[in-house]
Design a protein around this ligand. Structure first.
Ligand SMILES: Cc1cc2nc3c(=O)[nH]c(=O)nc-3n(C[C@H](O)[C@H](O)[C@H](O)COP(=O)(O)OP(=O)(O)OC[C@H]3O[C@@H](n4cnc5c(N)ncnc54)[C@H](O)[C@@H]3O)c2cc1C
Length: 340
């Protein structure tokens, strides 16, 4: 009779200075194991690009499959989203309090409608009695089976009825947005996990008179919309300027809505930016990061949230930091393509 093989024992990961520890299975990333244990560590893209999940390895051996990045990490630093333990580890890293725990749920597709020819809005409902806590600016993963998953920003502030909204740019041939979404219909069920990323941007204006600059391209509007909606319920919202970029006006699928918000809310300014504008376009031409740099030569006190194409996020970070923005004041969600 053949015996069932026992799984290899998990490694123990200990965090300094808190001393908290958790188990990490061989092959699992340290970040995934921490989140599964309810310990929220700084992270954003989970693909090794944004460098938010850097930590120092004090002790132990790791296997880090860091994708190509411009920023080389010093010897003992590791990116926890792509670090797998080869032994027990001791790590020096920051822990985040007050962030929502990561949960998994089967959600039902309540509605699907086109916001533009290539952008689909998905409204999702959680099972009765289940709630997903999250903050504006965070995202969730949709599990596609066989280990595949895709990330999508939550496109609405938390709602009383618990429904969730996503804005999905359709990519012909894409595993999720091409093949799966094509067959998806209302009442179908999707497996989600989240929230991920950090709800790091404050939307109330109390102590922060300098504006929050929002830079978005394409469906990078999704987390920006969630931030704007959460500001709308604040007693004293922070002043915000949105630069939303696309090739043509058709790409700015909530253009009319943004103009309306600008009329309704004195704290909000909206600047559409087109890179391939027709001759008749009287607005701004170029790229969102260039417009922000032109308009804000003094960035003192400002914070920036950049969201959308990885090229824009990388260029915006470089340009704005060169202009004097402290690295801590730059928050971003780069819509990097999944590696599987
Ligand atoms: C933190 C995070 C949040 C995200 N939020 C959103 C969101 O709110 N809305 C949204 O539409 N997308 C978002 N994305 C991107 C999303 O996760 C998928 O990568 C995208 O929808 C493509 O998935 P797919 O399976 O259809 O395509 P894949 O099968 O993964 O790829 C198909 C083809 O499209 C290319 N491709 C895939 N993604 C991109 C991209 N972003 N830019 C350029 N080429 C690409 C691939 O290189 C490949 O050639 C987010 C990504 C991250 C990391």
């Amino acid at each position: 009779m053949s015996s069932i093989p026992t799984p290899p024992p998990a490694f123990r990961i200990q965090l300094q200075p808190s001393g908290r520890s958790f188990a990490c299975a061989p092959g699992q990333t340290v970040l995934d194991a921490a989140l599964a244990a309810g310990i929220v560590l700084p992270h954003q893209c989970k693909t090794g690009s944004c460098l938010s999940c850097q930590a120092q390895v004090l002790n132990g051996q790791t296997d880090c499959e860091q994708p190509d990045t411009d920023a080389a990490l010093p010897g003992t630093q590791a990116l926890l989203c792509c670090t797998r333990p080869l032994s027990d580890l001791s790590l020096q890293c920051r822990e985040l309090d007050g962030q929502w725990p990561v949960a998994r749920a089967n959600v039902r597709v309540l509605a699907m409608d086109r916001l533009a020819a290539d952008v689909m809005r998905l409204q999702l409902g959680l099972p009765p009695g289940q709630h997903l806590g999250f903050g504006a600016g965070q995202y969730l993963d949709i599990h596609l089976g066989r280990g595949l998953k895709r990330s999508y920003s939550l496109a609405a502030a938390p709602r009383d009825d618990g429904t969730l909204e996503l804005h999905v740019r359709l990519r012909p041939g894409g595993v999720f947005t091409g093949q799966i979404l094509e067959k998806l219909k209302p009442r179908d069920v999707l497996r989600i996990e989240g929230p991920f990323g950090m709800a790091a941007v404050a939307t109330d204006g109390g102590a922060t008179p300098a504006p929050l600059l929002l830079l978005a391209t394409g469906t990078g509007m999704a987390p920006v919309k969630a931030l704007l909606e959460s500001a709308m319920v604040q007693a004293q919202p922070r002043s915000m300027v949105l630069y939303w970029g696309g090739r043509s006006l058709d790409d700015l699928y909530l253009h009319a809505q943004c103009l309306q918000w600008q009329q309704e809310h004195a704290w909000f300014r909206y600047i559409p930016v087109l890179s391939r504008a027709p001759l008749a376009w009287e607005g701004r031409r170029g790229h969102v990061q260039e417009m922000a740099v032109q308009d804000w030569p003094q960035l003192q006190g400002c914070e920036v949230f950049a969201c959308g194409s990885p090229e824009m996020v990388t260029a915006a970070r470089a340009r704005l930091l060169l202009q004097g923005l402290p690295a801590m004041a730059f928050h971003a969600d780069a819509f990097t393509s999944a590696t599987v």
